[in-house]
Design a protein around this ligand. Structure first.
Ligand code: LLP
Length: 463
């Protein structure tokens, strides 16, 4: 990411503070297609439109803050992933990025599978009609109830994350008279180049069973002995918001190494490997994500090469993109409430949401873009910080971005690429009401997750 303490171009102060920003873009009114969903554009009045509907009309009808999800884009991305991986591989959408019944139906229609990681996600998937055999169940500490429900409902696979869980799932399956398909999640010891909290394959963390020290080989030994389990493969997920496929290559190399050990020790060739999710998306114009077909080719090539070298049949590959499918498809629309230009620093633009609808900036120091969308402006760009309405100075939505100097209360601004891990990580901090998710497609808008109400809050408060 480019950083510059003294970007060129118009400024509102002689010296700009240190920050994560480039020079102001040449045209602040331009909506960079890299970060906005595919049907987003500006109409002749300068108002942002998505799926043919204006941001002003959407704000009028659904209020702000709200997430607007471009359904055509979501479906196109599902198809791109499915086509890139083809018949010989399986794409599981990672529901943790954002899940709702409508999303499950879209996935089902577009031929994708679904990865869930809690009883709540499983219920949503089943309720919305996802065939259980197309569901993978994850989690590092699944409850007895979750395990039983997953086995009972016939999920296609459970990804085992610990030695205790190997025994628990085998026991649940046997009690129900089932043989449950499982994969073992291993930690391959790769340092993914991403934020520490979303990197998952180095050894000093809570997920999976380490390849190092023979732990994963021991897990395979145990799983193969248990009647309730059908071990179908090995799973690895190295982290999230990763741009560089070299981490996946190392992971594939090490997973195939384990498959070879298993073949040598047990005479069994495990038929599948799952390389997890984690592919990065563009949050700002500086980000350059890889396309699904490039990723598919890179992963297929490395697995095939490694297997040939090891004398193994190439296993069926699966992947679990979450962010890369839903992330770019939505933006959050806010109304500006107050504007405070701080001389020599930056302008604070307060919106009607904040860390309750997007915790990622506070939690991961994530970078976002922002644009004035209810009109265009020729005013000079000023370094701005978009902040929320919570009682906390870390309540920042967009840390450093340029907005026109005339942004004023009542303007609508939008933050793109908020489809993943924003609504799904939203909170009621300060008793904020979580915003709705509105799906927009071909000139029609439909609420798929409604806005919370004060009654919703009080319903839980039974004291
Ligand atoms: N598969 C497994 C086993 C995972 O744990 C995850 C994400 C995924 C797939 C999907 O990863 P994706 O393709 O969406 O990167 N809240 C964080 C991200 C946490 C990711 C957790 N696991 C964020 O907002 O960046």
């Amino acid at each position: 990411m480019s950083r510059s303490a003294h970007p060129a171009g118009p400024r509102h102060a002689d010296v700009l503070p240190e920050g994560h920003y480039s020079a102001p873009p040449a045209d602040l009114n331009r909506l960079d297609e890299k970060v906005w969903s595919r049907t987003v554009t500006r109409n002749e009045d300068g108002v942002l439109t998505v799926g043919g509907l204006t941001a002003t009309a959407l704000a009028e009808e659904f209020g702000t803050p709200a997430y607007f999800l471009d359904e055509a884009d979501f479906r196109a991305r599902c198809r791109a992933w499915a086509e890139a991986f083809g018949e010989e591989a399986d794409v599981f959408y990672a529901g943790k990025a954002f899940l709702s019944r409508a999303v499950v139906r879209w996935l089902k229609e577009e031929g994708l599978n679904l990865d869930v990681c809690s009883g709540g996600e499983l219920t949503t998937a089943l309720e919305a009609g996802m065939p259980p055999e197309r569901i993978a169940f994850h989690g590092n500490n699944k409850s007895a109830y979750e395990i039983e429900r997953a086995v009972e409902s016939g999920v296609g696979r459970i990804v085992l994350d610990s030695f205790q869980e190997i025994a628990r799932v085998a026991h649940a399956a046997q009690s129900l008279g089932r043989r449950q398909k499982v994969q073992i999640r291993v930690t391959v010891g790769v340092e993914a180049h991403t934020h520490e909290f979303i990197a998952t394959a180095h050894e000093d963390q809570k997920f999976g069973i380490a390849l190092a020290g023979g732990q994963a080989a021991e897990a395979v030994r145990r799983a193969l002995k248990l009647d309730g389990l059908e071990l179908i493969g090995i799973h690895s997920h190295i982290g999230s918001q990763i741009f560089d496929t070299s981490g996946f290559e190392v992971a594939a190399h090490r997973v195939v190494g384990l498959l070879k050990e298993v073949r040598d020790e047990h005479g069994v060739e495990l038929p599948e490997i799952d390389l997890g999710g984690g592919l990065g998306i563009a949050y700002t114009s500086d980000d350059d994500p890889r396309e699904p077909h490039e990723i598919a080719k890179a992963l297929r090539d490395i697995v095939t090469r490694e297997c040939e070298a090891a004398g193994l049949r190439t296993p069926r590959i699966s992947v679990e993109p979450g962010r890369a499918i839903v992330g770019p498809t939505a933006f959050t629309l806010y109304e500006v409430g107050t504007v405070k230009p701080l001389a020599g620093l930056r302008t604070y633009v307060s919106v009607d949401g904040g860390m309750s609808d997007n915790i990622r900036t506070a939690l991961y120091d994530a970078e976002y873009s922002v644009a004035l969308v209810s009109r265009t402006s020729d005013a000079e760009p000023v370094l701005s910080r978009v902040v929320g309405k919570h009682c906390e100075s870390g309540d920042i939505v967009v840390k450093d971005a340029f907005l026109p100097a005339d942004v004023a209360p009542g303007d609508l601004i939008a933050v793109p690429a908020t489809g993943a891990y924003c609504r799904s990580m939203a909170s009621n901090y300060n008793h904020a009401l979580r915003p709705p998710v509105v799906a927009v497609r071909d000139g029609e808008a439909r609420v798929i997750v409604r806005r919370e109400t004060e009654e919703d809050l009080l319903r839980l408060d039974v004291g």
